[in-house]
Write a protein that binds this ligand. Structure first.
Ligand code: ASP
Length: 310
């Protein structure tokens, strides 16, 4: 898909839209469809928009084809996985985690943070909180992630430039892992996300990612940053995927929400978002508002929608 907005037909029925990351394999759409259906089932079971978004993202976190939860990319040391996740709804609920390790469903931990006095927990505090709410120890490293890591090392050995606008050497120069310098792997991103409109007209968004590689230890992208990787408000919900370092500079999710609040059609708002970026940068979005829903990316991006009865 290239700079294309794909909309579901206009409707105000409940809807769940999911994505598997800008630059991910579009053939993995079935995983997004399973997640959207899980979110829709959650709505049918009486959940609100936020719980439905979490239900959808949990399915994507369990699918090893996507870079979130199980299947997250390895960091540059080839061992560490650090995950980010967030949730928000149009009724003011907000929670996020950053740099979270060894948890199966980071999005569930993010949702639990929304019940604390805070909105974002990171690193060791996030992990201790996860254990406190009963999230057990889970190794998210998969054989696929290890293979991907190896193929990235190969790319680096071939001297490919790995991050748009960045010299590969800068990762070695700023190396902050406790282990000795490893060969920097190639670029791998992707995030999963869901946006929901429930029967009451409330909106919610949830997102989860293993982040980008190469990245220094402790790197956090846009996924757990309100207004950048996600936003839900009175005009709808928006989830963003792509290179976080660029997305945060445009506060992209909030910007798109603002355009919709000003009356711009959802389709136009998604297309306009892509024009803010150099085409070399992966960007993708999904959104829902009062009448529409859709997805847009300048790369292949698996996504799906499930719509309920009025
Ligand atoms: N936005 C994510 C990050 O920068 C990665 C992605 O969506 O592909 O961590």
């Amino acid at each position: 898909m290239s700079a294309t907005a794909l909309n579901t037909p206009p409707s105000s029925r409940p809807i769940v839209v999911t994505h598997g990351g800008a630059g991910a394999d579009a053939r993995d759409r079935d995983g997004c469809a399973a997640a959207a259906n899980a979110g829709m089932q959650s709505l049918r079971d009486g959940s609100g928009a936020l719980q439905a978004a979490v239900a959808a993202v949990r399915v994507l976190e369990d699918d090893p084809r996507f870079n979130a939860g199980t299947g997250s990319v390895l960091r540059m040391d080839g061992v560490t996985v650090e995950m980010d996740a967030a949730v928000m709804d149009s009724q003011g609920r907000l929670g996020a985690v950053a740099g979270l390790r060894r948890v199966r469903h980071p999005v569930q931990v993010a949702a639990a943070v929304a019940d604390t006095p805070h909105w974002l927990l990171c690193g060791e505090g996030a992990l201790r909180f996860a254990r406190h709410i009963g999230a057990g120890d889970h190794d998210p490293v998969t054989p696929q992630a290890l293979r991907k890591h190896q193929s990235m090392l190969e790319k680096l050995r071939r001297g490919e430039r790995l991050v748009h606008g960045e010299d590969n050497a800068s990762f070695a120069q700023h190396w902050n892992y406790p282990t000795p310098l490893a060969v920097a792997p190639g670029q791998a991103c992707d995030t999963v996300g869901a946006v929901v409109r429930d029967a009451g007209g409330h909106y919610a968004v949830a997102g989860s990612t293993g982040g980008c590689a190469p990245a220094l230890l402790g790197r956090v992208g846009d996924t757990p940053i309100i207004g950048a990787g996600f936003y839900a408000g009175p005009a709808g919900a928006v989830a963003v995927t792509g290179i976080g370092e660029h997305i945060v500079r445009h506060l992209l999710a909030h910007t798109v929400h603002g355009w919709m609040a000003d009356g711009m059609p959802l389709d136009d708002a998604l297309r306009r978002a892509l024009t803010l970026f150099d085409p070399a940068i992966d960007i993708g979005l999904i959104a829902v508002n009062a009448s529409d829903s859709g997805a847009c990316s300048n790369r292949d991006m698996p996504w799906a929608a499930a719509e309920g009865a009025q």
